[in-house]
Design a protein around this ligand. Structure first.
Ligand code: ADP
Ligand code: MG
Length: 248
């Protein structure tokens, strides 16, 4: 009995009082071929920040996201996320680690044969949320992304903007500490792109740490957030209230 209590306390404590949600120290990542995708990157992201990651195609943005999720392991350097040392984490602990992270992709990645409600509920079923709680959480999160009337729609019956809202609801329903978005507006028109980014900003204002990889220069320049710019695997700038650096 005492053991269980101790374990629970430890689990809760891990991300609870962390200042830095993400710490990278001299991180490099090489694939089997080519030059390093990331080359000696160091950065810290504090709890509650909203950060844009920008850079040309091939500059290492998605590789960075994959390191943060521990889909990939760094070739060199230290990667710490939510208090977990990702070089040392045991394989069986990875699912537990990932429960604290929501992820949104450019191509939505919804289950095509399930409706909106089921797409979001699925995330709760995976972590075995009791059905009573699930029935409260799913409608609540769908309402918060403006999809209260769309429970029964299949993904193909929705616009791109609506599909991305479903993906955001799915990413948030388990109340993650950290939300990672890899080009979330890459498939959307300007109006929907702005709406999605504003939604991510609101999510951040409610306390979730948000990291957004994007190519959307206008939005980055208008939102005045921290901007980290990658070029060929190197951080070439990291600015509070930054702008999209155009080198062309
Ligand atoms: P971005 O998301 O900024 O476009 P990526 O992180 O996808 O960049 O890619 C960075 C570099 O790593 C590119 O040169 C890319 O070709 C290379 N790369 C990405 N994934 C792989 C892989 N699985 N195997 C080999 N090289 C890869
Ligand atoms: Mg990418």
């Amino acid at each position: 009995m005492a053991d269980v209590t101790k374990k629970k306390r430890k689990k809760k404590g891990r991300a609870g009082d962390l200042k830095n949600i993400i710490t990278l120290e001299h991180v490099s990542k090489s694939y089997e071929t080519g030059s390093p995708a990331l080359d000696d990157i160091s950065l810290k992201i504090e709890k509650g920040e909203f950060v844009f990651i920008v850079g040309d195609s091939g500059s290492g943005k998605s590789t960075l996201i994959k390191l943060l999720l521990r889909e990939l392991k760094a070739t060199e350097g230290e990667v710490k996320v939510l208090g977990y040392d990702l070089n040392r984490i045991r394989r069986r602990k990875i699912p537990m680690f990932r429960r604290n992270i929501g992820i949104v992709f450019q191509d939505f990645r919804l289950l095509k044969d399930r409706n909106v409600y089921e797409n979001v509920a699925f995330a709760q079923r995976i972590i075995q949320v009791p059905s009573k709680e699930m029935k409260r959480n799913v409608p609540e999160i769908l309402a918060s992304v403006g999809l209260a009337g769309k429970y029964k729609a299949r993904p193909k019956q929705l616009s791109g903007g609506e599909q991305q809202r479903v993906a955001i609801a799915r990413a948030l329903v388990n109340k993650p500490t950290l939300l990672l978005c890899d080009e979330p507006t890459g498939n959307l028109d300007p109006k929907n792109s702005l709406e999605i980014m504003k939604m991510l900003e609101e999510i951040n204002q409610k306390g979730t740490t948000v990291l957004v990889v994007t190519h959307n220069k206008e939005i980055v320049n208008s939102m005045e957030k921290r901007v980290i710019t990658l070029k060929r695997g190197v951080i070439i700038s990291d600015e509070e209230k930054g702008a999209y650096i155009d080198e062309d």
